[in-house]
Design a protein around this ligand. Structure first.
Ligand code: AKG
Ligand code: FE2
Length: 479
């Protein structure tokens, strides 16, 4: 895949740190453009620009370049022997070789170490150490194979995403496509929803087997949410987490063709999901590693833009390792309600892969998501450019960590400058915005007029069951 597409004029200082991203992913993932970025963020930039190199080499080059992405990029242009000596090595271990989880699920204090990847091989370890749960052999095997075949057949038409980085326009190191449940939704996505400051042209109606799988994903994800809440220390849902059953209405299908295709560390966009979203992620075909790392808060004095502040923040990020979850064919990973706010995830480039009998070198991944009707762009704040804004969360800065904000999206478009629009975002206990009531009455009017609601499936419309009508999750009420 060609990474560099064209060279563009350098953008202004605030846009100097635009990372690789998918339209659905918030790879900046933190307060504002001036906020300190970590090694994983910088590594994701390098991975996107050098998909042919392994992650360890890129990390070493970055560390040897004292955390400067630009210097690392210069080094990577040099023949190998002229590169600076690596200052860190990366090595891997499985969790069981480091420590054991007690039957009581006792928490392990220091799971990750600088430059180290710890592999979580069992559902129990995954649940104990990450905000994820996993179900292996999720679908009956013929169904999983048929779904994989359906998507492999479509995948040659998927596209990479292009975005602006420094003075270049680059493309993401894998392909993807957006699917929704009805043609009406597809039309609405194309014309009204904004990703990275622009509409997405290619939005498709979910394929029959994707829709069949979606019903099963829905059931299982809801069970997993209930189970997770019940077994949490408080037995309560998180603040801002929805108490309503999770209803997937949107799916991103990612295709990784060969071991080098990947996606860098990121958190998923919250703009249409709202706070504390849950995502059901079904993996098909070649098994790949899903790596996660918890975002470390920076003290206020680490959050400036000075070199010293950056170094302090980088040192903290470096001190952290990563956890690796292996995603074989037909596994369902549930990313629970704290994942997008407090963790980042990636699909790491692999040294080798085992080809799959149906998909060859391809891994297909479907992330099923619930887009909230009250976060339709007609309700969310517009910036000075007149574009619906992006919802982000403060991930690092200790003082504001966990606060949500609406920000200008327009500057994400290659060649365009955004404005400085910023507004703190307010949500109630259940993660609904202040205009939720107004949104509901406009939904009712639409229903009376026989229109389809944003995100409502054709099936639901036929049954007369709009979103938000399901009863609250019992575990939530039970407290
Ligand atoms: O391929 C995967 O498992 C993860 C994809 C992902 O992170 C995304 O779609 O946001
Ligand atoms: Fe993601």
């Amino acid at each position: 895949m060609e990474t560099f597409i064209s060279r563009k004029r350098r953008r202004s200082s605030v846009s100097n740190e635009v990372p690789p991203r998918d339209p659905k992913c918030d790879l900046r993932g933190s307060t504002d453009f001036n906020e300190v970025e970590s090694t994983d963020y910088k590594l994701s930039i390098l991975i996107s620009l050098h998909p042919e190199k392994d992650e360890g080499t890129l990390l070493e080059t970055l560390l040897a370049s004292e955390g400067s992405v630009e210097r690392a990029l210069e080094c990577l242009k040099l023949p190998p022997k002229k590169r600076p000596a690596a200052s860190a090595t990366s090595y891997q271990s499985s969790l069981s070789s480091i420590t054991r989880t007690g039957k009581d699920g006792a928490t392990i204090k220091q799971l990750t170490k600088r430059g180290k990847t710890i592999h979580l091989y069992t559902p129990e370890d995954i649940e104990a150490h990450t905000p994820c749960s996993i179900i292996y052999n999720f679908l009956p095997s013929e169904e999983a194979d048929a779904l994989l075949q359906e998507l492999v057949d479509e995948s040659p038409t998927y596209k990479t995403n292009t975005f602006q980085l420094f003075d270049r326009v680059v493309s993401s190191p894998h392909t993807f496509c957006l699917y929704v449940d009805s043609w009406d939704d597809a039309e609405m996505q194309k014309t009204q929803y904004v990703y990275d400051g622009k509409n997405v042209e290619d939005v498709r109606r979910s394929l029959p087997r994707m829709r069949d799988a979606s019903h099963k994903v829905r059931e299982t994800v809801n069970q997993e949410i209930t189970r997770r809440i019940r077994s949490s220390p408080t037995g309560q849902k998180l603040h801002h987490q929805s108490p309503h059953p999770w209803v997937p209405n949107t799916a991103f299908v990612n295709c990784y063709d060969g071991p080098r295709e990947s996606v860098g560390y990121h958190s998923d966009h919250l703009t249409y999901l709202g706070p504390r979203p849950v995502i059901g992620s079904l993996s098909l075909g070649v098994a790949r590693e899903f790596r996660v790392r918890k975002i470390i808060a920076t003290e206020d004095d680490d959050s400036g833009d000075s070199d010293a502040a950056r170094k302090r923040a980088d040192a903290k990020a470096d001190a952290q390792g990563q956890l690796s979850i292996h995603l074989p064919h037909n596994s369902l990973l549930v990313m629970h309600a704290s994942m997008q706010e407090e963790w980042k995830h990636s699909i790491a480039p692999a040294r080798t892969i085992s080809p799959h009998p149906i998909s060859g070198n391809k891994r297909i991944n479907i992330t099923y998501r619930h887009y909230k009707a009250n976060l339709h762009p007609r309700f969310t704040p517009k910036c000075g450019c007149g574009v619906p804004t992006v919802l982000r969360v403060v991930q690092r800065q200790a003082g504001n960590r966990g606060k949500y904000m609406w920000m200008c999206y327009a500057g994400y478009v290659p060649g365009k400058e955004g404005c400085k629009f910023f507004e703190w975002a307010v949500f109630d206990e259940d993660g609904d915005p202040p205009w939720a009531e107004e949104a509901k009455s406009s939904e009712k009017q639409s229903l009376n007029a026989g229109e389809q609601l944003p995100g409502e499936t054709e099936d639901e419309r036929m049954k007369g069951g709009g979103k938000g009508k399901g009863e609250a999750l019992s575990s939530v009420d039970e407290g």
